[in-house]
Design a protein around this ligand. Structure first.
Ligand code: GLN
Length: 491
């Protein structure tokens, strides 16, 4: 059952081939059996089985919605009423959310059954899951390697077939990079497509929630249920949500022939591993065989994306994280001497090193005298990066390149040097700065002697063209089976 696609799950449930209770039990058993991956912070087995029983009743009464009875996992960043919502931090280890995030509410309404809350880098800051207070997540393809981050628990859970679908958030690559490193499909929607209400904020102008699934078709189901206007999020856009699942049916030739794919030269330069490059070139060749025109393009400001991001994201995080002060909720130090001591010690004991580093960088960049030199400059660069994409989309339908410069790296390999870690997101960060949608699609493997490690290609689209991206990926997946491969040991 765990290898079935979401549409097969939906059909199987409705045709009575299996019940949601049976299906949920299968995934709950896998969650427990493979807990050495450390993909989950909180398991919700009992709650899930109750939800599943309710879903079975709805199906029996013909009251089902899009995903009724389908098990999912939530990244531990989405507030869930009555459930611990830690955001991977000691600061929120004792926090029980008093309300649901809009994404949680929408997926509940769509009938999903939540089996657990997935591990993540602390406050979504990281590219390897190593900054989590709950410990590193292991990559199911090779347990000595990282799953990527910050949504590493969600990506590992889907890759190990512990959940058919999982939510993630992507501020600079946190859906696409772990999807690539774990060999699954992940989509970061256009900024404003998915509500941020109840999604614990890291860098508000960049954060966006999105789906992880085995395939583009699976992601289409989850996106359809997650997306849409929300009056509780002032940056969510009031635009109708397309029926993503219905839009995937176009026949192979008709939908790709004559389409123009832009290949940015900056994404194939120094720093890209030769093995990854070869795999991506094969994917490009496939599109060419389907009648796509491949066009070399330039995104000239790509090299400025990391420096601009590492001013803007810490600046916003320093402001967002000021609410964690030990007073209202979250961690409080023992026996504070006075108010100042309470703030100081609660924050120094509650936050991990990476979070503290970013709060300090952000506070510095925003301080009087430095604001113009850093924050304002970074915002100007952000505009230039958006212009690069705007110009590119005047000539091309989608942009294709690698998601990451290399496959999954070893646990511990980059923890000593934050800048090396930041470079893992070199191809994903500019997309968040521009706000356009992008996805990572499995397209092959590289072999490192011990194991095969998956490679992801990144497809980038113009604003609100999620359906075009999903279709490009879906056509590829109809003809290739990289997305069907699962790591050994998880049969
Ligand atoms: N790795 C990037 C960072 O550390 C992106 C994280 C994310 O997308 N949440 O900020």
């Amino acid at each position: 059952m765990h290898e079935l696609s979401v549409s097969q799950l939906v059909d199987g449930l409705r045709n009575g081939e299996f019940s949601s209770v049976e299906l949920t039990q299968c995934f709950v058993d896998r969650m427990q059996k493979f807990n050495d991956l450390n993909a989950f912070i909180t398991e919700l087995s009992e709650r899930a089985l109750l939800q599943a029983a309710h879903a079975d009743k709805l199906i029996k009464d013909n009251q089902h919605s899009l995903l009724t009875g389908v098990p999912i996992a939530h990244k531990d960043i989405f507030c869930m009423h009555g459930v611990k919502t830690s955001c991977g931090s000691k600061m929120l280890d004792n926090f029980i959310a008093p309300y649901d995030a809009t994404v949680v509410e929408k997926l509940d309404q769509a009938g999903c059954v939540t089996i657990g809350r997935t591990n993540m880098d602390e406050f979504a800051m990281g590219s390897s899951n190593e900054s989590s207070y709950y410990g590193t997540v292991k990559n199911p393809w090779n347990k000595d390697r990282v799953p990527g981050g910050s949504s590493g628990g969600s990506a590992a859970a889907v890759a190990a077939r512990i959940a058919p679908l999982a939510t993630g958030t992507d501020t600079g690559g946190s859906i696409r990079q772990p999807a690539a490193l774990c060999g699954i499909t992940g989509l970061k929607p256009t900024y404003g497509r998915v509500s941020r209400f109840g999604m614990i904020a890291y860098a508000s102008s960049l954060d966006q929630g999105g789906p992880f699934g085995k395939s583009a078709e699976d992601c289409a189901y989850m996106l359809q249920a997650m997306a849409g206007f929300d009056e509780k999020d002032s940056t969510s856009l009031d635009k109708p949500v397309p029926e993503y699942t219905q839009l995937l049916n176009a026949s192979l030739h008709d939908s790709l022939k004559g389409k123009v794919i832009g290949v940015p030269e900056e994404y194939f330069s120094e720093g890209l591993s030769a093995d990854v490059k070869r795999v991506i070139e094969n994917a490009i060749a496939w599109y060419e065989q389907q009648g796509c025109e491949i066009k070399s393009i330039s995104l000239p400001n790509t090299k400025l994306a990391i420096p601009a991001y590492y001013v803007i994201a810490p600046a916003e995080c320093s402001s967002n994280l000021s609410r964690f002060d030990g007073v209202r909720y979250g961690y409080r130090c023992d026996e504070p001497q006075d108010l100042r001591d309470l703030y100081d010690r609660s924050r120094s004991e509650g936050f991990g090193d990476e979070v503290k580093r970013r709060i300090m960088i952000g506070t510095y960049a925003l301080s009087a005298g430095y604001y113009d030199a850093y924050y304002l400059k970074a915002q100007q660069i952000r505009r230039l990066i958006s212009e690069d994409f705007k110009k590119a989309f005047e000539q091309v339908d989608v942009i294709l390149g690698p998601t990451t410069p290399e496959p999954a790296f070893k646990i511990g390999e980059k923890t000593a040097d934050p800048v090396t870690m930041y470079l893992s997101d070199i191809y994903t960060i500019s997309i968040n700065l521009a706000g356009v949608p992008a996805m990572s699609v499995p397209c092959g493997f590289v072999n490192d002697q011990q194991s095969d490690l998956p490679v992801g290609m990144q497809l980038i689209g113009n604003y609100f063209e999620e359906e075009k991206l999903l279709n490009f990926a879906h056509q590829y997946q109809l003809d290739t089976d990289w997305h069907k491969k699962s790591p050994s040991g998880f049969e």
